[in-house]
Design a protein around this ligand. Structure first.
Ligand code: ADP
Length: 322
C-alpha cells in the first residue's frame, strides 16, 4: 500500500457555519483515516499480508493515525516520520447528514518520487501495489517502473497524471465522478460535453477503449461493474441498512486487493469486495466498521441466488460465479 495516513477530526453541528460565524458543535473525536491507511486496514483485517509505504508527522496525531494499522498487523517499516503535522481531515457533519471536509495533507506531502523510490525494494516484492490520489503526483508517477506485480490504482481524488500511469492501472478502480475525470485526461480532444458517455456500461467500455487493461466502476448501493478482457460484468450490491458509508469505498478496495493477492479472478475479488463494502456501511466510521475474518458478510443481492462458494472469507475461491 502506497498512500496516505490521516487523522479524521469529526465535528457534529446542527447546520454548517456561515463564513465568519462561530457555532457550537459536539464530537471532537480523532479517528484513524486516510484512504491509504483505510484500504491497508481493510485488506489486513481480512487476512492479507500488508505493508504500508507512507508518512506521519511529529505531532500528537501521529499515534492516532497509526493505531488502526498497528491493530490490524500492517508492516509499518516503510512509514517515515517527517517534521510537521500528520495528515488531517476536518470533517463537519450537519444534522441533515451533509458533510463538509477540509483535508490538510501534512506529512503525506512528503511522499514524492524520491520517497517512493526509496521503498522500491518493498514495492517490487508486492504481488499487488495499491495507491490512491492523496499523495503527490510525482510519488504516484514513480510507481509503474518499480512495480513487478499488479497495480491497483484508485485515483481518488483525481489529479492530472501522466496517461501512461493511468494506463498502467490493472485494475483502475473509480466511481462515476472519478471515471469521467480520468476519461477526460485519456481523451483530451473529446472535451467534457456530449461525447462523454453517461451510462455506467458505456463509461467502463470507454475506459477500456482508452487503453486500461481492467476497470472496476463502483456505483454505491447499485454495486459495481467489472471490465477486463473477459468482457463487462455486473457485481450486485448487498442489501443492508446503511448506517454510515464513510470509508465503504476504501473497504471495497482493500478487500479487492486482498482477493487479487490470494489469486482470485477480478470478478470474484469484486464480489467479495462488494460484500465487504456493504458490511462497512453498516457500522459507524471508516476503519472501526471493517470486518475481520470471522465476521459474517451480507449476501449479494444476486438474481442468480446466493453465491455460496464465497461465503467463507478465509477460503480460496476456485470458481467465479455470476
Ligand atoms: P465511493 O465512496 O468511493 O464513491 P461507492 O460509494 O461506490 O464508493 O462504494 C464502493 C462500494 O461499496 C460499492 O460498489 C458497493 O459495493 C459498496 N457499497 C457502498 N455503499 C453501499 C450501500 N449503501 N449498500 C450496499 N453496498 C454499498
Amino acid at each position: 500500500m502506497v498512500g496516505s495516513i490521516n487523522v479524521d477530526l469529526i465535528a457534529h453541528v446542527r447546520r454548517h457555519p456561515r463564513p465568519g460565524e462561530t457555532l457550537h458543535g459536539s464530537g471532537g473525536q480523532t479517528l484513524p483515516g486516510g484512504k491509504g491507511a483505510n484500504q491497508a486496514v481493510a485488506a489486513a483485517r481480512l487476512g492479507g499480508t500488508v505493508a504500508m509505504v507512507g508518512a506521519i508527522g511529529t505531532d500528537a496525531h501521529a499515534s492516532v493515525g497509526l493505531s488502526g494499522l498497528q491493530a490490524a498487523g500492517v508492516d509499518l517499516s516503510q512509514v517515515r516520520e517527517v517534521e510537521g503535522p500528520t495528515g488531517l481531515a476536518i470533517v463537519t457533519v450537519a444534522q441533515d447528514g451533509e458533510n463538509s471536509i477540509v483535508v490538510i495533507p501534512g506529512a503525506n506531502s512528503s511522499m514524492d518520487a524520491g520517497r517512493v523510490s526509496a521503498a522500491g525494494e518493498m514495492i517490487s516484492r508486492a504481488a499487488i501495489v495499491v495507491c490512491q490520489g492523496e499523495i503527490p503526483r510525482s510519488g504516484i508517477e514513480a510507481l509503474p517502473s518499480l512495480i513487478t506485480g499488479r497495480f491497483l490504482h484508485n485515483p481518488a481524488p483525481v489529479m492530472e497524471l501522466d496517461p501512461a500511469v493511468l494506463r498502467a492501472s490493472d485494475p483502475l478502480v473509480v466511481n462515476e465522478h472519478e471515471a469521467a475525470l480520468v476519461l477526460a485526461q485519456l481523451r483530451p480532444g473529446a472535451g467534457s460535453g456530449a461525447s462523454m458517455p453517461d451510462a455506467p456500461d458505456e463509461i467502463i467500455r470507454a475506459l477500456r477503449g482508452a487503453g486500461i487493461a481492467s476497470v472496476v466502476l463502483t456505483l454505491g448501493a447499485q454495486g459495481s461493474l467489472v471490465a477486463d478482457e473477459d468482457g463487462v460484468h455486473r457485481v450486485p450490491a448487498a442489501h443492508i441498512d446503511a448506517v454510515d458509508t464513510t470509508g465503504a469505498g476504501d473497504a471495497f478496495i482493500g478487500a479487492l486487493a486482498m482477493g487479487l493477492a490470494r489469486g482470485d479472478a477480478l470478478l470474484a475479488a469484486a464480489r467479495l469486495a462488494s460484500r465487504v463494502g456493504a458490511f462497512a456501511a453498516t457500522g459507524p466510521g471508516a476503519q472501526p466498521s471493517y470486518p475481520g475474518i470471522g465476521d459474517p458478510l451480507p449476501e449479494l443481492d444476486d438474481p442468480a441466488g446466493p453465491a455460496g462458494a464465497d461465503h467463507a472469507l478465509g477460503a480460496r475461491r476456485t470458481s467465479t460465479p455470476g
